[in-house]
Write a protein that binds this ligand. Structure first.
Ligand code: GDG
Length: 468
């Protein structure tokens, strides 16, 4: 097996002590890196006064990790700026929140150049490189310009937006031209792939074949859908661990016979949290018989809270949850338990298992792993019901969930009401369908499919004629 180099903005192989809390993606990448004696390269997360390009090499949990520090301007322009204030909102269809500033653009390119400079000395002739996510769209161009001819693969964890949304990005052609220096570009869903293909064929003079070969800007590449999954067996294992059981029992005690509707998300405007609270309020307003019989537990881990849009969202959610609680709470019951802290992965699994309804209602989401984790954590004999947004990539695979349009308060409220009273036989049959998919399409499968396709993608056979 060729040596694998994984590249991502942040580097996070699980330490031996941290395996219980690590995410599935980190575990799957780390396993592949251990197997091929590979390297995980990225930003250390630290900022220094003056950028030096100095590489730090460490061994973490059996994986070689190579990181660079960035400077404060890099953090502001590349990470907080172009990645999180330009690309993230735009790719989640929030053009109203997307900031277009020249300095962000320049900072983004600068950091990709810095990453390439630091990475090149580590690359050996037969290595294959797998780059993750929207922070590093143009890294391949920088590597090619520095003479790297190795196989380069890229996976986008977030959606690829519709053509007319994407073309609102200044200098979009330059970004896509740089992206086409990868040999393989992976998306979460066929929809994302189609949106990218539509951009190439309709906004450039690109050509796309049925087998996923693409050409534009005088370059050839391949595209494909590689839906990410979870480490299902490990997650089920976590769900039956002593800590999960404790969390489950503690939760059930505090539920005092009430039904629990559960949301678990990073506190992000793409996740539809405000719309979710309002839909739940509608349920309470329409169905007085449910008062004191149900509650919503929303775990919303703080994220990017030095970005204004995230602070605004946090303030709005504080206000909306406070208003709903003020209007409906009694001395013995709070309708929304709103928690801004994070939990260990095994505790989270126990909490998922205790919830009768899993509410996953993003306005846009590349995949959404919470939906899959909720399914994996259920008791097969008495599973809960997953309510899932049609705009999560996961909806393409989890069609046995109650699929809703999160922009429709009524639609979401109706699905919550239906989930709360769904008969056991229907819950079990839907859950079996869902679980089949979650057990089949795991994160290991995703990794192996992508790496296999990248190994098979030779640069020469990507040659297809350009459109005249
Ligand atoms: C991006 C894309 C795509 C949450 N709270 C806690 C906690 N979490 C974990 C969940 C889950 C993960 O965080 C969130 O993953 P998502 O997939 O839901 O969303 P993003 O963070 O936006 O991820 C997304 C994903 O990349 C993978 O490709 O699915 O569409 O946006 O695993 O469990 N984990 C722990 N404590 C918490 O309190 N331990």
């Amino acid at each position: 097996m060729a040596r694998l180099i994984a590249v991502s903005n942040r580097v996070s192989p699980p330490t031996e002590a941290g395996v219980a809390t690590a995410g599935g993606l980190a575990m799957a990448l780390a396993a592949a890196l251990r197997e091929s004696s590979g390297i995980w390269f990225g930003w250390s997360g630290r900022t220094v006064e003056t950028y030096t390009g100095q590489l730090s090499i460490d061994r973490v949990g059996g994986v070689t990790v190579a990181t660079v520090d960035l400077d404060e301007q890099d953090r502001l322009e590349y990470y907080n700026g172009y990645a999180n204030k330009t690309l993230w909102p735009l790719f989640h269809y929030r053009m109203d929140l997307a900031a277009y500033e020249r300095s962000f653009d320049a900072g983004y390119v600068r950091v990709n150049e810095r990453f390439a400079d630091a990475l090149v000395p580590l690359v050996e002739p037969d290595d294959i490189l797998w780059v993750q996510d929207y922070h590093l769209l143009p890294l391949a161009r920088e590597l090619r310009q520095r003479g790297i001819t190795n196989r380069l693969g890229f996976f986008l964890h977030i959606p690829w937006p519709a053509r007319r949304v994407f073309t609102t990005l200044p200098r979009h052609e330059d970004l896509v031209s740089a992206l086409l220096d990868y040999d393989l570009i992976g998306f979460q869903t066929q929809d994302d792939c189609d949106a990218f293909a539509s951009y190439l064929t309709q906004s450039t003079n690109g050509v796309v074949t049925g087998s996923g070969l693409v050409s534009a800007f005088g370059k050839q590449s391949r595209i494909g859908a590689f839906p990410i999954g979870i480490d299902t067996v490990d997650f089920q294992h976590a769900a039956s661990s002593p800590l999960a059981l404790d969390a489950f029992k503690g939760m059930r005690r505090s539920m005092a016979g009430r039904k629990m509707i559960l949301g678990v998300d990073r506190l992000d405007y793409s996740k539809g949290l405000e719309e979710r609270f309002l839909a739940y309020e509608q349920v309470l307003a329409d169905r007085p018989d449910l008062l004191e019989k149900v509650f919503l537990l929303q775990i919303a881990t703080l994220s990017r809270d030095d970005v204004d849009a995230y602070q605004d969202l946090r303030a709005r959610l504080d206000a909306v949850s406070g208003r709903i609680n003020g209007a409906f709470a009694t001395v013995e019951w709070v309708p929304i338990r709103y928690v801004n802290r994070s939990y260990r992965r095994d505790q989270l699994a126990g909490i998922y298992r205790a919830a009768q309804v899993g509410l996953v209602t993003p306005l846009r989401d590349g995949m959404n792993l919470v939906a899959k984790e909720y399914v994996a954590a259920q008791d097969p004999d008495n599973p809960g019901v997953l309510v899932l947004s049609e705009f999560a990539g996961a909806a393409a695979q989890l069609s046995a969930a109650l699929i809703i349009n999160p922009f429709s308060r009524e639609d979401t409220a109706e699905a919550i009401r239906r989930a709360l009273v769904m008969p056991k036989a229907e819950r079990r049959s839907r859950w079996r369908d869902l679980m089949d998919g979650v057990a089949r399409d795991t994160v290991e499968m995703w990794r192996d499919r992508f790496v296999g396709a990248l190994q098979a993608a030779s640069r020469a056979d990507a040659a297809i004629p350009a459109r005249g």
